[in-house]
Design a protein around this ligand. Structure first.
Ligand code: FES
Length: 437
């Protein structure tokens, strides 16, 4: 279903590739991460081109709630526990810098940019909010604990990050893409070997591109052989309603529990989200979301509903950097854990530095080659094993897991890594790279 953003803005269109090309940097994926990379590389005078298999912004970017914040759930306590306080501080600063960079760009772009406070609340567990706050104080973050927030149910406290932001993601992108070298409806079909000069050949449905460096910004990374992304990512689906007549909230709000509710205003609408679940698993969905909306906002009218899904990393930190240890000159940006707006900006700033051979202090923190040993890895492996061994005639073309019928959205969904297919077998979400046979 079309999101509220897609109903309001038509993205500019670009031609498809028309024959073979050579470039220094090839960006694969025309979501906000890929487009921001293209923008920064152009500013630095690096030769690049971007290819998108469909239309720009047609994936997760067109279905985001577009909250721009350094507060990604209660992640700081987790990061400090796993990697230390300095890593938590770096995560905070990298994301705050990303917000400031958006602020600079949005001075020139009319995209409903608004500074708003962001709140992460807990419905059941005050201790979680308190321990998150303790870490934030220790790393010098601007944050405060709030007792009461204006939501239609009670909470046990919320952590507030002041002066974060929200915007219209497609109004922003529609301006940013002007003048960029982009080919739409150009699908990468394979990767060849290196040429003499260390450049790689990439095959598309409209010609070959020879590139010295490749950025893979395709939501779920498309190279299966390297990097073990099929073990270190899973996908989480979320649902949003745009409600008219639901009143106005001063800030942006989200539950620390991934299955909880999310709120922000967009003009006269309230964007109300809930019903999240691992893709391919039962639970939540529009039924839960609509029943919550009726309970909390009985007077409101539903203007539209839309869903999206996000790649979730093993430790709550995105994977941004070199694709894999032995994968020369291939970079990736993925695993944004539902915070794709801010993480995409972090990715574009970091990758444009690495590609130009500059040092970036956040390289180690976001490195995709960091340790995979987490509880989530065990869950991902168990889920994959169970679904590989399950009997089902419908098998996923990615790595062969059994597909599950999603009766709410009439799609075949894969619980292993989140590929989705329409009733007639057309691929809707990657990593699968083709339709069902
Ligand atoms: Fe990987 Fe289905 S998405 S097996």
């Amino acid at each position: 279903m079309q999101s509220i953003w897609e109903k309001e803005v038509r993205m500019p269109s670009f031609p498809c590739l028309d024959g073979d090309r050579k470039t220094d940097v090839l960006i694969i994926g025309g979501g906000i991460a890929g487009i921001l990379c293209a923008h920064f590389l152009k500013k630095c005078g690096v030769e690049y081109c971007l290819v998108e298999a469909n239309r720009l912004g047609s994936g997760t970017t067109g279905h985001t709630t577009a909250k721009i914040t350094a507060q990604h759930g209660f992640v700081y306590h987790e990061i400090a526990g796993r990697y230390g306080l300095e890593a938590a501080r770096q995560y905070y600063v990298a994301n705050q810098d990303a917000i400031e960079k958006y602020g600079e760009l949005c001075k020139e772009i009319d995209c409903n940019w608004e500074r708003r406070d962001n709140y992460v609340y807990s419905v059941k567990n005050r201790e979680k909010a308190e321990r998150e706050m303790k870490v934030l104080e220790r790393i010098g973050a601007k944050a405060r604990l709030e007792e009461c927030i204006p939501l239609p149910f009670a909470t046990r406290g919320a952590v507030c990050f002041p002066d974060q932001a929200q915007m219209h993601p497609l109004k922003f992108l529609a301006e940013l893409v002007k003048g960029l070298r982009i080919y739409e409806n150009t699908k990468v079909t394979g990767f060849g070997g290196c040429t003499g000069a260390g450049a790689r050949v990439v095959f598309t449905n409209h010609g070959r591109i020879v590139a010295k460096t490749i950025i893979i910004a395709t939501h779920f990374p498309m190279l299966n052989k390297h990097g073990s992304y099929f073990m270190k990512l899973y996908q989480h689906r979320s649902y949003v309603l745009a409600l008219k007549g639901a009143g106005s909230l001063p800030g942006m709000y989200v539950d620390e529990d991934k299955k909880g509710c999310s709120f922000r205003n967009a003009g006269e609408y309230l964007l109300f989200g809930s019903g999240g679940h691992r893709t391919g698993k039962n639970g939540g969905s529009y039924t839960e979301l609509r029943s919550a909306a009726e309970r909390f906002y009985p007077e409101a009218m539903e203007v539209c509903g839309f869903a999206t899904q996000d790649c979730m990393s093993l430790d709550g930190i995105p994977y941004i950097g070199r694709y894999a240890k032995h994968c020369e000159n291939v970079f990736v940006a993925t695993g944004f854990n539902k915070w794709g707006m801010t993480s995409s900006m972090v990715a574009a700033m970091l990758l444009s530095d690495l590609i130009q051979g500059k040092k970036n202090e956040y390289e180690k923190l976001f490195s995709p080659s960091r340790s995979m040993l987490t509880g989530q890895l065990a869950i991902n492996l168990a889920e994959s094993t169970m679904n590989l061994l399950s009997f089902s005639k419908k098998r996923c073309p990615h790595l062969g897991c059994a597909l599950k019928w999603n009766k709410e959205e009439h799609s075949w969904d894969c619980p292993c890594h989140g590929s989705r297919f329409s009733e007639t077998g057309k691929v809707l979400d990657n990593p699968a790279n083709g339709d069902l046979k």
